[in-house]
Ligand binder design. Structure first.
Ligand code: KIV
Length: 278
């Protein structure tokens, strides 16, 4: 079997991910998910054996330089999802529904999700919220669109929270997040992102819902983890919150490479005769 054929044979689907939960994921079989925004990093993640690639609306912050995810448009998400899809063969591919593409009405959400699937080529959509979006999740699932939920710190509600703050520290917040997680699971979502919640709450939710939980800043008890690729790769050297583990220092490496190139050009060391045509 060729490498490409083997990759496609082991394709990760929503069925694979569901089975990891219902089959009682043995230790060591957790799900590893990362974000990607272009074909180069999507292909690198896929080739490295990452299980799921998320085209996150975090692209507003890490790619577009905005202070939040709110300005990201559905067109932006469709564009980035489509180019990421060209680099993903084996991994499961999810696209984020951006702010105000689904909050105003269920119909808006259905159409936005349809565009992400048809034009963005994603295999599932992710949306933020709990009880208030449960009806939309139900309709999407009935229409054949797999949904990943997202509760806890939901960045599209950043102004409601008053900043990027850990959620679920008070009894009221804990009860609300648990209720939201249950509502999304009951509505038919196949997975649920838990963002920036105390690890005891993430463990409780992971035990309470029959769907895969994917944590970010939610501790080790979740069924899987997700990281923004820029954080994992150290592309922004000045940004290192507590929940991030850096697996590379690419920001520093790329800066050094650019500086070495500029120095070589200025000193006349690049290009050499070997790098020039006869
Ligand atoms: O937009 C994003 O990258 C996300 C992840 C942080 C889960 O929602």
């Amino acid at each position: 079997m060729t490498h490409a054929a083997a990759q496609v044979a082991s394709k990760i689907t929503t069925a694979t991910l569901r089975a990891r939960k219902t089959g009682g994921t043995p230790a060591g079989e957790k799900t590893a998910m990362v974000t990607a925004y272009d074909v180069v990093f999507a292909r690198l993640a896929d080739d490295a054996g990452i299980d799921a690639v998320l085209v996150g609306d975090s692209l507003g912050m890490v790619v577009q330089g905005e202070r939040s995810t709110l300005p990201v448009s559905l067109d932006d998400m469709v564009y980035h999802s489509r180019i990421v899809s060209r680099g993903v063969r084996r991994a499961h591919l999810i696209g984020d529904l951006p702010f105000m593409s689904y909050q105003a009405s269920t119909e808006d959400g259905m159409r936005a999700a349809g565009r992400l699937m048809k034009e963005g080529r994603v295999e599932a959509v992710k949306l933020e919220g709990g009880v208030e979006v449960a009806e939309l999740v139900r309709r999407l699932v009935r229409a054949g669109i797999p949904v990943m939920g997202h509760v806890g710190l939901t960045p599209q509600s950043i102004h409601q929270f008053g900043g990027f703050k850990v959620q679920g520290r008070t009894q009221d917040q804990r009860a609300r997040i648990l209720e939201d997680a249950r509502a999304i699971a009951d509505a038919g979502a196949y997975a649920l992102v838990l963002e920036a919640v105390p690890h005891a709450l993430a463990a409780e939710i992971t035990g309470a819902v029959p769907v895969l939980t994917i944590g970010i800043g939610a501790g080790p008890s979740c069924d899987g983890q997700v990281m923004v690729m820029h954080d994992l790769l150290g592309l922004e050297p000045s940004w290192k919150p507590r929940f991030v583990r850096r697996y590379a220092e690419m920001g520093k490496a790329v800066g050094a490479a650019f500086a070495a190139y500029a120095a070589d050009v200025r000193a006349g060391r690049f290009p050499s005769d070997q790098e020039s045509y006869e």
